[in-house]
Design a protein around this ligand. Structure first.
Ligand code: ATP
Length: 308
């Protein structure tokens, strides 16, 4: 893996003594989509703000494509596009002027062909002469992304990209993020929406109370930590749960027919076959089987709860 962003021993204690980030280490691979997941106040914005040079770290360092974020600030910052949580766009300017101006802020020469491509990619081309104040919220958000991309950054930070956005727009945003990844941009996004991380991320980091509790490939996370729930409906009613099923942790529903078992496939040998063998050994007949894998949401809730 080629590392594009390297964070070492980074911590932040705000004036007044509150520690928003405890020493944290993280490497981001070139071209990945990394989702930083955490509840309110976990430290996500603080972390992004330090990386982007908006907030000073108390300890540690950040290296952006080989440039130190403090000693090589300009070069480091030039690699980064930031789409902040709040929509802050110059209302009276046109889309074209706003995006072109952002590029200039990074000392880059005008490049109308590039700005046109960005606006077309973001479906904003037909709005290029519109003033920002005439755009819908979703369009404004896309203008923010266009601004962040205008100086051709290698890394794009999206802080809560779909907060308060409706379902259709959220899906549009996900498609857009995938296209950016395909174009070679490394993407780091923060989100409260577990579904968003599950849908898009290559890797997921969970942050809680200023500590990075876990960093894992999404697929591995789902495989290793995901629990499975099996519900077996019996052909006839049971008066009581047989001991061998109770020992396994199976529960009997009030209707006397539904057996529910939640287990971790990674930890239980012969999970499903073992359960079915036990049921057969009790002379019971199965009418139906339903299985469900726990989602990232279950994993996340467990992690955050476990830390309290
Ligand atoms: N300037 C500041 N001075 C003191 N404390 C701050 C400051 N900025 C943030 N904090 C505190 O640091 C903690 C982390 O805040 P941060 O904004 O990084 O969290 P977050 O994970 O981005 O939350 P959210 O999801 O709500 O945006 C919070 O407890 C917050 O109150």
């Amino acid at each position: 893996m080629s590392t594009i962003l390297s964070i070492s021993d980074l911590s932040k204690t705000y004036d007044g003594g509150f520690t928003a980030l405890h020493p944290l280490n993280l490497d981001i691979a070139r071209g990945e989509i990394f989702a930083l997941l955490g509840p309110n106040g976990a430290g996500k914005t603080t972390l992004i703000s330090i990386i982007c040079g908006l907030v000073n770290a108390s300890t540690g360092r950040v290296s952006v494509d080989g440039h130190d974020s403090i000693t090589g600030f300009r070069k480091a910052r030039a690699q980064i596009g930031l789409v902040p949580q709040e929509l802050a766009t110059e209302s009276f300017e046109t889309v074209w002027a706003t995006v072109s101006f952002s590029r200039g802020l990074f000392g880059k020469p005008p490049n109308p062909a590039l700005i046109e491509k960005i606006l077309r990619d973001l479906s904003l081309w037909d709005k290029k002469d519109n003033r920002i104040l005439t755009l819908s919220g979703g369009m404004k958000r896309r203008v923010m992304i266009a601004k962040a991309l205008s100086h051709e950054p290698r890394i794009l930070f999206l802080d809560e990209p779909t907060a308060g956005v409706d379902v259709d727009l959220r899906r549009d945003m996900w498609r857009l993020v995938r296209r950016l990844k395909d174009a070679g941009v490394t993407i780091i996004l923060t989100t409260h929406y577990i579904e968003e991380a599950e849908e898009m991320a290559d890797r997921i980091g969970v942050i809680n109370r200023g500590r990075l509790m876990l960093v894992e490939e999404k697929d591995a996370l789902m495989r290793n930590l995901g629990r499975k729930q099996v519900t077996v409906t019996l052909a006839s009613q049971l008066g009581a749960l047989p001991a061998r099923l109770a020992e396994r942790g199976v529960r009997l529903g009030d209707d006397g027919r539904a057996l529910t078992w939640i287990y971790e496939p990674a930890r239980v040998r012969a999970g499903m076959p073992g359960l079915l063998a036990d049921i057969a050994a009790e002379g019971l007949t199965v009418a139906d089987i339903d299985t469900r894998r726990s989602s990232l949401e279950d994993i996340f809730v467990d992690l955050v709860k476990g830390a309290q």
